[in-house]
Write a protein that binds this ligand. Sequence first.
Ligand code: HEM
Ligand code: HEM
Length: 168
Amino acid sequence: MEATLTLYRTGYSGLQIGLHWLIVAMVAVQLLIGENMAEMIEAAEEGEVASPEDVLWGNVHLWLGIAILVIMLVRLFLRLAQGAPQHAGDASPLTKLAASALHGTLYVVLLAAPISGLVAYYGLADTGELHEASRPILIVLVLLHALAAIYNQFVRKDGTLSRMLRPQ
Ligand code: HEM
Ligand code: HEM
């Protein structure tokens, strides 16, 4: 039954779509408030008192990051359990491979970012620099991913973006 579902799936489920856009919003906030977390940590290291603003947004960064980690694990589970649809339209095998590789890399980066953040925060290992690299990496990957989706939807007109908006 599972195999049949995976084979003939033509779109993403409502839950997969909801979690995709929830993560987009949460990641945008994380990129905006990462600086506050950095300031909060720096103040603690220098024995100074962090500003109330940095403490507030630093803590939001911590908890939102943990929520992203949990949701990404749920998404990974859903993808393995429900499967993902075939690529839309008649893209070449190379394009399909590039799209799948980009999706896979997004999963890896969004698991590595919160894990490296937690490890640095609790002083388990020096993963601070690796964690900071998540900002430029995410910006480049998400730009490529979003541009590809927009190009497929509006130039190739193959409905790629529609299927991340309407469950099937
Ligand atoms: C997907 C989730 C996350 C993203 C996208 C993210 C992103 C960022 C960004 C962009 C910065 C600013 C780096 C800079 O100043 O150049 C930052 C800093 C920081 N984040 Fe996160 N973060 C995430 C989750 C977490 C979590 C769960 C923690 C755990 C406490 C965390 C801990 C930190 C720490 C400690 C810093 C300061 C690093 C330093 O200055 O050495 N982050 N984060
Ligand atoms: C933090 C930002 C983003 C992340 C981490 C992300 C991640 C992903 C992942 C992992 C998939 C594969 C399907 C799945 O497993 O759920 C996917 C699919 C998709 N994403 Fe995103 N995405 C982001 C932002 C965006 C944006 C801004 C757009 C639109 C402009 C977009 C449009 C799409 C579309 C249309 C699909 C379906 C592609 C297909 O069916 O081949 N995503 N996204």
